[in-house]
Design a binder for this molecule. Structure first.
Ligand code: HEM
Length: 427
């Protein structure tokens, strides 16, 4: 076969820029592949069925405090890791169920439906801003002017973060999130992530104190009440850690759904025109964008017992790298996986993961995509990219840093350009 699996290759520039050819080669090897004993993971799991099994099988756990303790890391010295460990993302099963139940109240289908008017109001305000900034064909950065502020405002609305504070978050969230990326982090990045975790913890401690003094109809007030009435249900550290990760989890993921989606659609004018003509297609488009260009490409789990996955042995305590981004392109599961096809049936991708840690905000992320994409296309019939999208390098929170667009046609002969793009429509 001439191809052995190398983590170095996965972490190298070429694969980070475009991981799909590498994923296609992995699929030729089966559903999972062993890594050398010196690698930080026992295996990569890239097949759809195997990835789905790891995410659901109780033998495979998220990297909880016990696991980190056994690995000998001095993780308690790092505020960013302490925050992640106190959150539901890395909680062992019992604590996880308790935290998920408490925080899940905010994200039920009913609560998400009640947020829809707020999502549309926020979107319309930002679309006005885009129209103004891009008047006369001036290029405007879609990420900064729309894709990032929209989910930040929505999750702010949900939690009860006042509007005046929301611009403060993006740089802290970005610094915090750097530790989630696969591969070694520099000392500077870790220091910045720790500083961001401390600032975010301080922010939410102050918000909790404010809501304790004067409750409102928001999630922070509801959780403060639970914390005060049933202190055994939620510690103060869990309260602030979960508010932080919820803000973070709801923010750049959804922003990248918009950015990745817009880049995909502008490169496929026929698909874009079909959605513009029939906005009821939006839910299927959102699913296909998430399958084809997911904002999150991987999850990590460790084996609580000796086990195996797709024929690969995994010793107790070793972890596996679950490449959900590759599973979404598994030819055994999806017909023509490298084609963007919003009409595909049974599109149960793994962009929101699976099993007990399945994204708690999936209904909200989907609602934002379904409501906002048609609104955007309807508002700007002449929407085009102003330049080729910049490269993406992250596998966690994968998206474009900038995405300059024209919301109205610049003063050039656009008819020639449109013909060229139409001829070059990718799959
Ligand atoms: C398109 C948007 C989104 C994507 C692609 C996404 C993706 C994911 C993924 C892949 C996970 C699981 C990680 C794992 O298995 O280890 C996850 C978990 C989570 N997400 Fe999302 N997410 C999105 C939007 C949101 C939103 C809007 C919120 C809330 C406001 C949210 C809150 C959470 C939370 C709290 C968890 C942790 C669940 C747990 O550990 O039980 N997400 N998300």
């Amino acid at each position: 076969m001439g191809f052995s699996v190398s983590l170095d290759e996965l972490l190298g520039d070429e694969v980070r820029r475009d991981p799909y050819p590498y994923y296609a080669r992995l699929h030729e090897l089966g559903e999972a592949a062993a890594l050398p004993p010196t690698a930080p993971y026992a295996a990569v799991v890239h097949g759809y069925d195997a990835a789905h099994r790891v995410l659901r099988d109780p033998v495979f756990r998220v990297l909880d405090a016990d696991h980190l303790d056994r690995s000998g890391l001095r993780w308690r010295d790092h505020p960013v890791i302490r925050t992640l460990q106190a959150s539901m993302f890395n909680a062992p099963p019992d604590e996880h169920a308790r935290l998920r139940q408490l925080f899940g109240q905010a994200l039920t289908a009913r609560r998400v439906a009640a947020l829809e008017p707020a999502i549309l109001r926020i979107a319309d305000g930002l679309l006005d801003g885009l129209a103004e900034a891009g008047a006369d064909g001036r290029p405007v950065d879609f990420m900064a002017a729309f894709a990032l502020p929209l989910p930040s405002a929505v999750v702010g609305e949900l939690l009860g973060v006042p509007q005046r504070d929301r611009d403060w978050f993006p740089s802290r969230v970005r610094a915090f999130d750097a530790v989630l990326e696969i591969g070694p982090r520099s000392f500077r990045e870790i220091r910045a992530a720790n500083a961001a975790a401390e600032e975010l913890t301080g922010y939410f401690a102050a918000l909790v104190a404010a809501r304790r003094a004067e409750p409102r109809d928001d999630l922070v007030s509801a959780l403060v009440r639970i914390r005060d009435e049933q202190p055994d249900q939620l510690t103060e550290a869990e309260l602030s850690a979960n508010l932080i990760v919820m803000y973070n989890a709801g923010f750049r993921t959804t922003a990248n759904l918009f950015g990745n989606g817009l880049a995909l659609l502008t490169a496929r004018p026929a698909a874009l025109a079909a959605l513009r003509a029939d906005p009821s297609l939006a839910p299927a488009y959102v699913e296909e964008i998430l399958r084809y260009e997911p904002p999150v490409h991987f999850a990590v789990r460790y084996a609580a017992e000796d086990t195996e996955i797709a024929g690969v042995t995994v010793a107790k305590g070793r972890s596996v790298l679950v490449l959900t981004g590759a599973a979404n392109r598994d030819p055994r599961r999806f017909t023509a996986p490298d084609s963007f096809d919003p009409s595909r049936r049974d599109n149960r991708h793994l962009a929101f993961s699976g099993g007990p840690h399945y994204c708690l905000g999936a209904a909200l992320g989907r609602a934002e995509g379904r409501l906002v994409l048609p609104r955007l296309l309807d508002r700007f019939p002449g929407l085009t990219l102003a330049e080729a999208p910049g490269e993406r390098r992250e596998l966690m929170l994968r998206g474009h840093d900038r995405l300059p667009v024209h919301v109205v046609a610049p003063h050039t002969d656009r008819s020639v350009r449109t013909v060229r793009v139409d001829l070059a429509e990718p799959s």
